[in-house]
Design a binder for this molecule. Structure first.
Ligand SMILES: NC(=O)c1ccc[n+]([C@@H]2O[C@H](COP(=O)([O-])OP(=O)(O)OC[C@H]3O[C@@H](n4cnc5c(N)ncnc54)[C@H](OP(=O)(O)O)[C@@H]3O)[C@@H](O)[C@H]2O)c1
Length: 331
């Protein structure tokens, strides 16, 4: 085992984080329970914010970026993990409070990893990653609030992105009538239709200040955009419908009235993936293993080397990427 390895490390420059490819040694890793030789990671929205400095994600510096990782155990203080076992870690502050997965090695707390579902290779697990696992949690939030296939159209915003594209795929697989909101309909119509969207709408239709109540359109929605988009969706949600809100790609402020809640019984269900306890987390991954069509998944991601991560982070925030990006950390 070599002592030196590569990682995307964020440092603070003039009050902003900036991530680049650096060399570390195993001795630099934090004193944690399980040493993992990472095979794949991914690029998520949060990673892009941390690497470009567009958002405050890292709680300390230097920080190894990457909120997801998949790899094999090298050594463990906890006997539940054995050398060579394939593991997955996502969330739990990885890449924010704790050194993350955009690296060839990681040392993590024993409470965070779990076995990669046997249905998936580590590359496929990372193609799903935090974005796809969050999409599963959003689908479950709709189900928990009674939104069923046949209830009516379900809107997915940010549909060309990570959370959005996997949400479209999962909802369609479950038999929902999926409408995708995107700013890139011309370029991505075929992509989104193949994933299962019945119709596409232009995201500009939603990115405006809404009336307190508008015509009822959506039985449910999965929103990773926030801001005016989320406000407009709530004003258009049908009686008894539910909106699962999980992101802020379009803004964090929510200017709404209580009308959708008190006159239409609409539910706004917040979805967090990061600190979700282990049992529902594993349940969501187990469900993904049963639902994901792997040939369709293959159309949804590209694989890139660690060295390209800084450029890809800028591309992600500029809206130039589609679906998911898996990072082969050893390429
Ligand atoms: N709560 C959680 O646990 C959790 C977990 C995962 C992700 N998230 C959040 O969910 C959001 C999306 O994450 P992601 O990984 O899917 O990111 P992503 O891959 O970059 O996708 C975001 C998509 O949103 C759309 N979009 C971007 N900027 C927009 C704007 N200004 N207005 C309207 N739409 C815009 C784009 O889709 P189109 O080009 O199709 O319009 C873009 O592809 C982020 O805020 C992320 O932090 C939260």
């Amino acid at each position: 085992m070599t002592d030196r390895f590569s990682a995307i490390v964020a440092v603070e420059i003039d009050g902003r984080s900036s991530g680049s490819l650096r060399e570390l040694t195993l001795a630099d890793l934090p004193d944690e329970d399980v040493l993992i030789r990472v095979s794949h990671s991914t690029l998520n929205y949060k990673d892009a914010l941390a690497i470009t400095g567009a958002g405050k994600i890292c709680r300390k510096f230097p920080m190894v970026c990457g909120i997801d990782l998949a790899g094999t155990v090298v050594e463990s203080r906890d006997p539940q993990f054995r050398a060579g076992q394939p593991l997955l870690v996502n969330g739990f502050g990885l890449g924010e409070r704790h050194w993350g997965g955009l690296a060839q090695y990681a040392r993590v707390n024993r409470a965070w990893p779990f076995a990669i579902p046997s249905a998936f290779s580590s590359e496929q697990a990372m193609a799903i990653g935090t974005a796809g696992y969050t999409a599963m949690l959003c689908v479950q939030a709709l189900e928990d609030h009674g939104v069923k296939p046949g209830s009516g159209p379900v809107l997915v915003t940010g549909a060309s992105g990570g959370v959005g594209s996997v949400s479209v795929m999962l909802l369609a697989k479950l038999g929902y009538d999926v409408v995708a909101a995107t700013g890139r309909a011309a370029a991505n119509r075929e992509f989104l239709t193949r994933l299962g969207a019945r119709d596409l709408i232009d995201r500009a239709e939603l990115a405006r200040a809404p009336k307190p109540l508008e015509s009822e359109r959506w039985a449910g929605a999965i929103d990773s955009v926030g801001g005016d988009t989320l406000a407009t969706i709530l004003a258009q949600t049908r009686y008894g419908g539910t909106v699962a809100a999980t992101g802020l790609a379009g803004g964090a402020t929510l200017n709404i009235t209580v009308m959708p809640f008190i006159l239409r019984g609409v539910t706004l269900a917040g979805v967090d993936s990061v600190m979700r306890p282990r049992e529902p987390r594993e349940r969501a991954w187990h469900r993904l293993a049963g639902l994901i069509d792997k040939s369709l998944l293959a159309t949804l991601y590209e694989v890139q080397p660690l060295s390209k991560v800084p450029a890809l982070a800028a591309d992600l925030l500029a809206g130039k990427l589609r679906g998911r990006v898996v990072i082969d950390v050893n390429a």
